[in-house]
Design a protein around this ligand. Structure first.
Ligand SMILES: Cc1cc2nc3c(=O)[nH]c(=O)nc-3n(C[C@H](O)[C@H](O)[C@H](O)COP(=O)(O)OP(=O)(O)OC[C@H]3O[C@@H](n4cnc5c(N)ncnc54)[C@H](O)[C@@H]3O)c2cc1C
Length: 350
């Protein structure tokens, strides 16, 4: 599951699962329900799930979006993608985004280029949540807006797929896209003009913790593979497990995974109890800790496997690419460290 899923599908499916005591409808049942029941359901999920509320609440207020996209996503009939990153600007700073969203009468006209848009390669991807600037002269954090763009909109082109260390991640894929005078009705804007940055902030917290949970799973699996190999493989007359360096790494891996797991749990608990904003520091901390921890543990496992660790006979090489990507996707380590330091220093500044 990537950006797109954490933006919308996450809201509709994972969230519904998390609140299963309240919502037992399947996607199909939701689609077949009466329009008022659909709206109640969608609003409730949005309210129950702070993770996604900004996009979701807007969708809940806009019948067109609810029936057109929200329900189709709930029924898993379509997929979505989240289009923010641009090749020509440092996109870890979202205020740099240059794509233009210009109002012309009852429409918005979108021009720009995006890349690394995960999920855009999937034939089921029917909609892009696209970030651009509606007012480049507004204050820095209210220049941006998000619009929903149908994948088959005229002027929208998939330029090329991008590989991650040689993996194409098909059918999901990561695409470069170009938007040339792509036109959508004004109702396709999310939350309203100038709210794009706010929406990005709102979705990134839940997206990040989700990445961290998956990374802990990846590291756990790498450790299991490492242990299995260590007891079974013999070099220089004894199992690899008997080497001190192997025991050191296995012990370190166990410590680091559990430390990351507990920090992730703490962040999740704070998000649930007090909200995403309050958990900002913990979210930033796990986003730094989990990818680096996973990279280190998976790298140790690869080392223990020798040549076998580098090919696709085992999941280690592919796991490493996923973990490595997350040291900058959804915010580079450096940016999160800056944020943590700022919050920490803030306690001592008046
Ligand atoms: C597999 C994959 C999937 C992705 N999926 C999506 C997607 O679905 N949608 C989407 O919109 N984007 C997606 N991305 C893009 C990803 O979010 C960006 O690559 C990321 O935000 C970094 O932006 P950038 O590449 O422009 O790097 P830049 O902003 O150019 O940053 C490059 C480097 O500069 C350094 N740096 C930046 N700021 C600071 C700072 N303040 N202090 C110190 N150093 C700094 C960091 O080392 C950083 O890694 C994906 C990327 C990958 C690889």
């Amino acid at each position: 599951m990537h950006y797109a899923d954490t933006a919308i599908v996450f809201m509709l499916t994972v969230s519904a699962t998390a609140t299963i005591g309240l919502f037992r409808q399947s996607g199909q049942e939701i689609v077949q329900a009466s329009p008022p029941a659909q709206t109640v359901y969608l609003r409730k999920v949005g309210i129950q799930t702070q993770h996604c509320s900004p996009v979701f609440h807007r969708a809940g207020r806009n019948p067109g979006i609810v029936t057109g996209y929200g329900l189709a996503l709930a029924a898993q009939a379509i997929r979505s993608a989240f289009a923010m990153t641009e090749p020509q600007v440092a996109s870890s700073d979202a205020t740099n985004i240059e794509t233009r969203i210009e109002r012309q009468g009852d429409n918005y006209v979108i021009n720009g280029r995006k890349w690394w848009i995960s999920g855009a390669g999937d034939p089921r991807c029917a909609v892009y949540i696209t970030m651009g600037k509606t007012d480049p002269n507004a204050p820095r954090h209210v220049q941006q807006s998000m619009v929903i763009i149908p994948a088959d909109a005229p002027g929208l082109k998939v330029v090329r797929p991008l590989n991650v260390f040689g993996y194409d991640d098909a059918p999901h894929g990561h695409m470069e896209l170009s938007f040339e005078n792509v036109t959508v009705p004004v109702g396709n804007i999310l939350l309203g003009e100038g709210r794009g940055f706010e929406i990005a902030q709102g979705r990134l917290g839940p997206g990040r913790i989700h990445h961290c949970m998956r990374l802990i799973g990846l590291a756990e699996r790498a450790l299991e593979l490492m242990c299995r190999r260590a007891v079974a493989r013999v070099a220089f007359g004894k199992p690899l497990a008997a080497q001190t360096v192997t025991k050191e790494r296995i012990a370190e891996a166990r410590c680091k995974i559990d430390m990351a797991r507990l920090l992730t749990l703490k962040a999740a608990w704070m998000m649930d109890m007090a909200g995403n904003k309050f958990a900002q520091s913990e979210i930033a901390m796990i986003k730094v800790v989990a990818p680096s921890m996973a990279c280190e543990v998976i790298d140790w496992a690869i080392q223990l496997y020798g040549g076998a660790g580098m090919c696709d006979d085992f999941p280690l090489a592919y796991s490493y690419t996923a973990a490595r990507t997350l040291r900058f996707a959804d915010g580079p380590d450096e940016v999160h460290r800056n944020a943590i330091a700022k919050m920490e220093l803030g306690k001592y500044m008046r």
